[in-house]
Design a binder for this molecule. Structure first.
Ligand SMILES: NC(=O)c1ccc[n+]([C@@H]2O[C@H](COP(=O)([O-])OP(=O)(O)OC[C@H]3O[C@@H](n4cnc5c(N)ncnc54)[C@H](O)[C@@H]3O)[C@@H](O)[C@H]2O)c1
Length: 290
């Protein structure tokens, strides 16, 4: 086992960002995907980010090349056998995450630390049955992972204190600010954010104010960097719906239930930036706010 080797599983939005974090922190970084096509698009995202860093003068072109030389994309899980840390960023599905960790438990050294980037699932549930219950920790990165400073570290019921200490050291090594949370639905961020976002949507449904005026109030009055509707358009209405539902199912608190407008917008393909239209129409006037 080598503590300078990091494994990232899943090369989607979060996994490719986390791989960049690992590279910039000096890790030899393995990137695992299900197939070559997903690997290629993950590597492409990483290249694009590093090209942008060169253009902005943050790193030289030689540094970019040496970072990319430390990236090892693969579709063969056995190649990750040396990793000291393994971070999963695959689909938000407890059975898939648990089964992947169970498989990786047989491949990696017993002292390797397993981390899950889950947003809404229980770290304890993911860890149970993997054979490594005490060495599984929640490490929730914010999107975009390569840029946002915060990670939430959460301790499952069976996670050892030693594993949490190792996760803290990893966060520091990755130049992240960490907060510690219990293994509760949504940890800190989504526990607070989702009801607030749903309240903003309900305020819009009730005709309290326009999209633009609610966002202006939030940015100018509360000092938030983005308005709620700008944020929802960036995250995607489909993702917001899924996260809200998962928290609602666990917490049984109606504040987490997505308001009806969310499903109507999904049906109309108004998902936000990714479909060119959400609460705002990109490049044109707003959908609801005019
Ligand atoms: N997107 C966000 O804003 C965000 C923020 C924080 C946390 N998260 C969490 O991060 C995780 C990933 O989210 P995402 O948005 O990056 O998803 P995504 O759909 O963009 O990427 C998931 C990737 O995992 C791959 N994958 C699936 N099964 C795999 C396996 N067995 N082995 C290797 N790769 C596999 C898929 O091919 C896909 O490319 C989820 O748990 C999500 O809740 C997402």
């Amino acid at each position: 086992m080598n503590d300078n080797v990091l494994g990232v599983m899943g090369a989607g939005t979060m996994g490719s960002g986390i791989a960049i974090v690992g590279l910039l922190a000096g890790f030899e970084t393995w990137l695992l995907e299900t197939d070559q096509e997903h690997l290629d698009s993950g590597v492409q995202r990483i290249r694009q980010f590093l090209d942008g860093s060169v253009r902005r003068g943050k790193i030289s072109s030689e540094q970019k090349d040496s970072l990319l030389a430390k990236l090892h994309p693969t579709a063969d899980a056995r190649e990750l056998h040396e990793c000291g840390y393994l971070i999963e960023a695959i689909f938000e599905d407890v059975d898939m995450k648990r089964s992947l960790f169970r498989d990786m438990n047989a491949i990696l050294h017993p002292d390797a630390l397993f981390l899950t980037n889950t947003s809404t699932l229980s770290v304890t549930s993911i860890a149970c049955g993997t054979g490594r219950e005490d060495r599984v920790v929640g490490m929730h990165f914010c999107n975009p992972a390569a840029i946002m400073k915060l990670v939430e570290i959460s301790q499952g019921v069976k996670t050892s204190n030693k594993s949490v200490q190792k996760a803290k050291q990893l966060a520091i090594r990755c130049h992240k600010t960490f907060v510690l949370t219990h293994d509760t639905p949504g940890f800190i961020l989504n526990y607070l954010l989702i009801p607030f976002e749903n309240d903003c949507i309900r305020a819009l449904e009730e005709g309290l104010a326009t999209v633009e005026d609610i966002d202006t109030a939030i940015k100018t009055g509360l000092g938030y960097p983005m308005g709620t509707f700008e944020l929802l358009d960036t995250v995607g209405l489909d993702v917001h719906h899924a996260v809200s539902m998962r928290l609602y199912e666990q917490l049984h608190d109606p504040r987490y239930a997505p308001p009806p407008l969310v499903q109507r917008m999904i049906d109309a393909n108004l998902l936000g930036r990714k479909t060119g239209q959400g609460f705002y129409t990109y490049g044109k006037a707003g959908v609801f706010g005019g």
